[in-house]
Design a protein around this ligand. Structure first.
Ligand SMILES: [Zn+2]
Length: 271
């Protein structure tokens, strides 16, 4: 696969990885400034990375979404290859108002939610979040794969709000290492508005991406890296060398993101 194509990473972060149960060296390794994230992406042919701030998610239960969103707005303004996900923590009312304002800007592509790091079950907050996203025509990228964020638990909301595009992050990540949760959720959804991204470390498994393409079609997969937690070039190589056709790689690396995140297209064309 030629690496000249301008890939779009729908799942990036920047800032400090701060996790109490993770070795300090590893925390340092998983941290990077917006500038480093940008450079690592460009070095491997990722032209656009949509980021959310680690400080808005971590440390667990103590992320500062509101402050992190301000950092992100500043970062995407100075790095041409970066775009923003605005984080909403549904228990911090300020983040809804802030998101309403930021979503109106040209470089904010949608909403990021993280039921695990913020500590709430999506079952309880789905209506508030999806109702808001529907009202603002916003794409939602959510962490998925643990107790508060089981892929299947999002589907009733995705069906109830069919105008909301939902990306279930981390294809292959799930309880008891069952790699099928995101794919099964997409198969259960009736409205056709649910996607997954390839940002999990499970992407190193041979056959995972290939199996997902067979099950749900390449149109449902968006390229994501989880940079700087993982090395962006590794995740890119996994798709570049996947055992799928070049057309399928192209859809995963950029075509699907451009189709699904309409705002990205408009921004690209005008910047
Ligand atoms: Zn992430």
């Amino acid at each position: 696969m030629n690496s000249n194509i301008h890939a779009i990473d729908v799942h990036g972060h920047f800032g400090q990885y701060d996790h109490q149960h993770t070795d300090p060296h590893v925390c340092r390794f998983m941290s990077a400034s917006a500038d480093e994230v940008h450079q690592r992406a460009l070095a491997c042919g990722i032209g656009t990375t949509i980021v959310s701030p680690l400080r808005g998610l971590l440390p667990r239960f103590h992320g500062r979404a509101y402050e992190g969103n301000i950092d992100t707005q500043q970062a995407v303004d100075v790095h041409p290859g970066l775009r923003q996900w605005v984080i909403i923590d549904p228990r911090d009312a300020r983040t809804f108002d802030q998101a309403a304002t930021m979503l109106a800007g040209p470089r904010c592509m949608g909403i990021k939610i993280h039921p695990e790091e913020h500590g709430y079950p999506i079952r309880e907050y789905g209506d508030a979040l999806f109702g808001f996203a529907a009202e603002h025509h916003a794409v939602v990228l959510t962490h998925s794969g643990e107790e508060n964020s089981l892929p299947a638990d999002f589907i009733p909301f995705a069906d109830r709000y069919p105008q909301v595009v939902l990306i279930l992050a981390h294809l292959g990540h799930g309880p008891e290492q069952d790699p099928t949760h995101q794919v099964r959720a997409i198969q259960q959804s009736r409205a056709g508005n649910v996607y997954t991204d390839t940002s999990s470390s499970a992407s190193i498994l041979p056959n995972l991406i290939e199996w997902a393409v067979q099950e749900i079609g390449c149109e449902r997969l968006l390229f994501g890296t989880d940079t700087p937690l993982y090395y962006a070039a590794n995740q890119k190589a996994r798709i570049d060398f996947a055992d799928i056709t070049d057309d399928e790689k192209l859809s995963i690396l950029s075509g699907n993101a451009l189709r699904v995140i309409e705002k990205l297209q408009v921004t690209n064309a005008s910047s």
